[in-house]
Design a protein around this ligand. Structure first.
Ligand code: KG4
Ligand code: ZN
Length: 343
């Protein structure tokens, strides 16, 4: 039996979790506590790093205590402590990693420094027992990437954004239209009453041989459309949101279908190829339906883990710790690890 305590503080969620695995049995999430700071940041229309770091300091001890208590596992019976060490906002990373180091030192446990993106990348093995290799589409407020996940610690980045992250494009669009933060869910809601063909927004990178994403041109087009017809009625806002959402889904579809083809070519022996989604934007039903359709057409399984495990959480960090322990890849001495805001 391996039991790992995970800690996540890289953005605006303070989270702790205990994950256990016994031999080849399915892993168990024994506890998974996530405290969102959305309310602290809402007035500013985005995450304020200094406020985030202070909120982590205030909440983290209690969250860790609650995660241990919920799991029914005593700290003495934990095998290792895994903490997000990057990438992310450095203030939060320092709070989480230093707290993890202190607990690990006091309890004489190994400390495993985890890359936040590795947490997202390995989640589908926790939830769905997926085998390597598979394709990951990560679409969050901070990241827009396609990764070929080949093994623990073995990731190939096939595409990334050359400007804004997709969630960021949703958030900025919402802000321009006067919709509250976080923008994604509010844009989706407004779009339901809108006409998706009223505005012909660009589909950035569509047809490009370069595999990457771009969303800033789309954001500019939204701003120009909104300025041209201001003041905006509720119907105008709904139409802009609906038109923006189909443009995003269309642009994304082009990028993802390229990656599906590349996956087939790169891993011809993979009999049941799968596309996994992670990140908050995966909650969007228009985008999800588009991905489901693409996967069905290309013969890929479409794996969307429960949203609670798709967005930032500590179960994915604890699980990455389990995977690293099992693969003999826990660093010799995580105590020497310095937080990396870019990693
Ligand atoms: O993964 P996540 O919770 O946090 C990080 O960014 O790390 O993702 C949050 C992002 C935000 O930009 C939010 O606007 C977006 O996901 N989002 C959505 C939806 N729900 C959340 N975007 C589009 N449609 C949604 N329904
Ligand atoms: Zn994340």
């Amino acid at each position: 039996m391996i039991r790992v305590l995970g800690i996540e503080t890289s953005c605006d969620e303070t989270a702790a979790s205990v994950v256990a695995v016994d031999g080849n049995a399915a892993p168990k999430i024994l506890s998974n506590i996530v405290l969102s700071q959305i309310e602290e940041h809402a007035a500013f229309g985005g995450v304020v790093p200094e406020i985030a770091a202070r909120a982590h300091v205030e909440a983290l001890d209690g969250i860790i205590e609650a995660a241990l208590a919920d799991s029914g596992v005593a700290l003495a019976d934990i095998d290792a402590i895994a903490a997000t060490a990057g990438p992310g906002l450095v203030g939060g990373l320092i709070v989480g990693l230093m707290t993890a180091k202190a607990i690990a030192a006091a309890a004489n446990k190994p400390l495993i420094a985890i890359n936040h993106l590795e947490g997202h990348a390995l989640t589908a093995r926790l939830t769905d027992g997926l085998n390597f290799p598979y394709l990951l589409l990560l679409v969050s407020g901070g990241h827009t990437q396609i990764l070929a996940v080949r093994g623990v610690g073995d990731y190939q980045r096939w595409a990334t954004t050359i400007d804004d992250a997709l969630g960021e494009a949703f958030d900025k669009t919402a802000k321009m239209l006067g919709l509250p933060y976080p923008g994604g869910p509010n844009v989706e809601k407004a779009a339901q009453a809108g006409n998706p063909s009223r505005f012909a927004f660009p589909r950035p990178m569509k047809g490009s041989a370069q595999p990457d994403f771009s969303f800033s041109g789309l954001k500019t087009a939204v701003r120009q459309a909104a300025t041209a017809i201001a003041p905006l009625s509720d119907q105008d806002v709904a139409d802009i949101c609906a038109s923006f959402q189909v443009a995003v889904a269309d642009a994304l579809a082009d990028r993802v279908s390229r990656a599906l083809t590349r996956f087939r070519q790169t891993f011809p022996a993979t009999r049941n190829p799968a596309l996994v989604v992670a990140g908050g934007v995966a909650a969007n039903r228009t985008i999800k339906a588009m991905l489901e359709r693409l996967c069905a057409e290309a013969g890929f399984s479409f794996i969307a883990p429960p949203l609670k495990l798709c967005t930032d959480n500590a179960a994915m960090i604890a699980w990455a710790g389990v995977e690293r322990l099992r693969a003999g890849m826990a660093q010799e001495n995580g105590f020497d690890f310095v937080p990396r805001s870019r990693w």
